[in-house]
Design a protein around this ligand. Sequence first.
Ligand code: GLC
Length: 460
Amino acid sequence: MKKRWFITLMALLLLLAACGGDTEGTTTTADGGTGTTDGAGTTEPGGDGDGDVTLRILAGNVGAELESTERIAQAYMDENPGVTVEVVSTPDFVEDRLGVYLQLFEAQSSEGDVFQIDVIWPGDLAEHFIDLNTMTDSEGRTGAEIAEEHFPAIVENNTVDGALIGIPWFTDAGLLYYRSDLLDKYGLEPPQTWDDMEAAAQTIQDGERDEGNEDFWGFVWQGNAYEGLTCDALEWIASAGGGSIIESDGTITINNEAAIGIVDQAAGWVGSISPPGVTSYGEEDARNVWQAGNAAFMRNWPYAYSLGNADDSPIQGLFDVSPLPGATAGETAATLGGWQLAVSKYSAHPEEAAKLAFFMASAEQQKIRAVEYSLNPTIESLYDDQEVIDANPFFASLGDVFTNAVARPSTVTAPNYSDVSSMFFNSVHSVLTAGNDAEDAFAELELDLEDATGFPTGSP
Ligand code: GLC
């Protein structure tokens, strides 16, 4: 964790150095290098040099996210000649990205205008963003009107004390990716239970290794000690009837037999059907093994679908997605993820930044991101759009996965969700890596959560 904070600090310094210098036409990388975008304008960063405005988006860089954001930025500049939009790439891991944001907020820095924020952050970060309800898009529609097109549950999630903290941008839910060619080869069906998945993963792994692929693994997922593990472990636990760590009424439920049983079971995957290194994997580590053709199953978000089917992908056309397994067939759970666009209170141009955020989250732009990058829209009507469904048949066939996704306890624990989540993922990680029993780990975690929240304990 120490190393990560150091990297974050360095990233911030680089970011601020870049912001202070000549940033014309560049994409700044808040975690290291720099890239170039084509054709940005020429204004003083953050300033109004010639009556022009420069807006800076702090954006994600998982998979092809950055490329897609740069495309939107260019589209906005094409339509708005007086505006320069710069895209700043931020670290992949949620904690690291949050670290960069918090340092900017602490300095009340105007260097960031539009922030890509996680679905778990509105409660924790509300104080740093403007209320988008009364802001308007280029056609004069208010944020409150625009929000009516989006899934009500996400809008509610993003509304804190009546203020719309972020306009929904894309939504996420955990999926099971499976190699359809290999299931056929070994005469297997997509598994509906964790036990079946384990057995299928072992069979395929043994078979592929016998045929000479020593690098082949049964199942890859997100096992590093970070927010991604909170998402994966919540899925295991909820799919076993073990609740959702802290329920929406504020009851701490993590210390129960179903949760203990499934996390102990997952610990058994490490080094057997999953690489020993899975306990340091994030989304992209899992996808790299999977997309190289070296895994039978992967747990990941929808973004991996279009990348896996790209022309240069070794597994193009050889895989499909299904709901994640459960303790019993049909008992599936997917964690709700997704990202919103928020406008910083410290922005020098909040009205312009809101217009940009509304443009980025518009149906037109969400459609492009859905068709080309398999990023799930937050605008309900796009799920009736044939081009969107043709590009991503699972948006329709797995509709229930998205509508029934399990929320992390971010609203009920705000503004302390980040602390709660790190207690949880560190506890799970200790079971995966340090040989701790989930029984001991969750007894201790329950006490820590009681101390941190003051909430009562109970059954899921
Ligand atoms: C995805 C989800 C986000 C989650 C993160 C964890 O980006 O959309 O909600 O927190 O993964 O790694």
